[in-house]
Design a protein. Structure first.
Length: 262
């Protein structure tokens, strides 16, 4: 099972996760990091940017791979994951833009795009640390329920629920949300040497309970993390609220049964 850490708030989660990345990059300046979109990791990127600045860490040789991209959405659209990663991660942290990759959602080359991305990740030496959010239906990347646990980067159709969840990024207009995406597969994600999954808020509690304490099943893609040797799930109390073994997990704040300084 994944290690579970329950934090006081998002700021504490951000500090913890950013420190994992910063420590890695200081040890290995050519580190390969896995990046996620969505609102969940945003504070981690802010904390990492601050730490890189404060400690003057050289990040110019770090390579990065985003998990996913919409298919058929112009790369320069503000909600393409290429733009989101560039604006929220690459620019503020100071990574070298040419070393930070997103899958190519261009329709003209979509048939080869999965294999091309897999080859690029493999030739980089593989991802050292991958950060993940989780969808309310348990998806990771854009691996919706039913995705093969052995899947590799490929095209997927987004579920209605995910399109509804993501409509907030498209002026609340469901019609503007693309129907398809290209995403690293669950097998691709599991190849990362270390995984950090973050979740906050009550609306993630069911997905987290299924992922952490449910059976390993393609119907909850995040449950595949139970198969990974070095996966950590960082939650606030609301996202952790439906876990049965709450007393056994690590808490980063006082008066909790499993309190530990992390
Ligand atoms: C999208 C992304 C996922 C992300 C999920 C959750 O669907 N493809 O990688 O985990 O959103 O988003 P949020 O963090 O905003 O809840």
């Amino acid at each position: 099972m994944a290690e579970v850490i329950i934090v006081k708030d998002q700021a504490q989660a951000a500090t913890l996760a950013a420190n994992v990345f910063a420590t890695l990059i200081k040890r290995k300046p050519t580190a390969v990091i896995g990046l996620a979109t969505g609102s969940t990791p945003l504070k981690v990127y802010e904390a990492l940017a601050a730490q890189v600045k404060a400690e003057q860490i050289d990040v110019s040789n770090v390579r990065g791979f985003a998990l996913d991209e919409y298919v058929g959405l112009d790369k320069n659209h503000p909600e393409s994951y290429y733009s989101v990663i560039n604006n929220n991660v690459t620019v503020p942290v100071g990574f070298t833009p040419g070393l930070i990759n997103t899958p190519n959602g261009d329709l003209a080359t979509i048939e080869q795009a999965g294999e091309v991305y897999e080859t690029l990740i493999r030739s980089s030496g593989g991802i050292d640390v991958q950060i993940l959010g989780i969808g309310t239906d348990g998806h990771i990347g854009f691996n919706e329920p039913g995705s093969s646990l052995a899947s590799r980067t490929r095209i997927k159709t987004l579920t209605q629920q995910t399109r509804q969840d993501n409509a907030r990024f498209f002026d609340g207009d469901l019609n503007q949300v693309p129907m398809h995406c290209i995403t690293q597969g669950i097998g691709t994600i599991l190849d990362a040497r270390q995984i950090l999954l973050l979740a906050f808020g009550e609306n993630k509690a069911d997905a987290i309970a299924a992922a952490v304490e449910g059976g390993v099943s393609s119907f909850c893609p995040a449950s595949a993390l139970q198969l990974h040797p070095h996966a950590t799930v960082i939650l606030d109390e609301a996202a952790a609220s439906k876990l049965k073994l709450k007393d056994y997990y690590t808490y980063t704040f006082d008066n909790k049964p499993g309190w530990q300084s992390v």
